[in-house]
Design a protein. Structure first.
Length: 249
């Protein structure tokens, strides 16, 4: 669909993904593949350095498209670092909604009217799709039916994981460390961790010392370990998921 008129570009993109182990492992996810295709074509037939940047660009593009529909002439930074206040607030609240869903027991991927109103209390009646800039898909129920008046979900669980990571990155450093000390070994948050690392560059100074135990240096090690590519080991007391090598960024 993206490259039907240019098969050569499709092969170039596939080869790019084959050469990028950080992207190749996620290409089986339809949402990821859609974003890779769109980003590759929009980015002059190249892909950003990280999957996090691909998702940032995707969110930026959706917001830009909706602003154009509203005839708003605004610049949406592809890294989401500079946004109008209303869009900052929207992404913050979508992150809160996504995070609440993932940390619920069991995890929640479809949000009923009550859950959405808790995060967006200003909604008076049925919300319009434009309120969420295409980032949350709405489903409107029939009046008097058994279903809620409306419900919503992210287009894919991976997008919900991205917004959960965005929410975590905006918490205080103390709360970030507390969360990851409890969840670093939980495979359910492996993708969230990857997005979190890409968004923060692990800038939280207490993240590595508190959540990981680095392997001891050996006499043959000439240079200090590179944190971004080092083998990150969990404390010995954990017998759950043990990531021997994390391509975090």
């Amino acid at each position: 669909e993206f490259f039907k008129d240019d098969p050569g570009s499709a092969e170039r993109m596939l080869q790019t993904i084959r050469d990028r182990p950080d992207l190749k492992g996620g290409a089986y996810i339809p949402m990821n593949l859609f974003i890779f295709c769109y980003t590759f074509k929009a980015n002059q037939y190249s892909l950003p350095d990280t999957i996090t940047e691909c998702y940032q660009g995707h969110v930026s593009e959706l917001c830009s498209r909706e602003c154009e529909k509203d005839r708003r002439d605004v610049y949406i930074d592809p890294t989401l670092s500079e946004l109008p206040k209303d869009l900052q607030d929207l992404l913050r609240r979508l992150g809160e909604l996504a995070f609440k869903g993932l940390t619920a027991k069991p995890s929640n991927y479809i949000f009923d009217e009550q859950a959405i109103r808790k995060v967006f209390p200003e909604i008076k009646e049925k919300p319009e799709d434009s309120l969420f800039k295409g980032l949350l898909q709405l489903h409107i129920g029939k009046p008097g039916g058994l279903r809620p008046t409306f419900s919503g979900n992210f287009s894919h669980a991976t997008l919900q994981e991205f917004f959960s990571a965005l929410h975590l990155s905006q918490l205080s450093e103390k709360d970030q460390v507390i969360f990851w000390k409890d969840h670093i070994s939980n495979p359910s948050f492996a993708v969230v961790l990857r997005f979190y690392a890409g968004l923060t560059k692990l800038s939280c100074k207490n993240f590595i010392p508190s959540c990981f135990v680095m392997p001891p240096a050996t006499p043959t090690t000439a240079a200090p370990p590179n944190v971004a590519g080092a083998t990150l080991q969990l404390p010995a007391k954990s017998n759950r998921w043990n990531p021997r090598l994390l391509f975090l960024l």
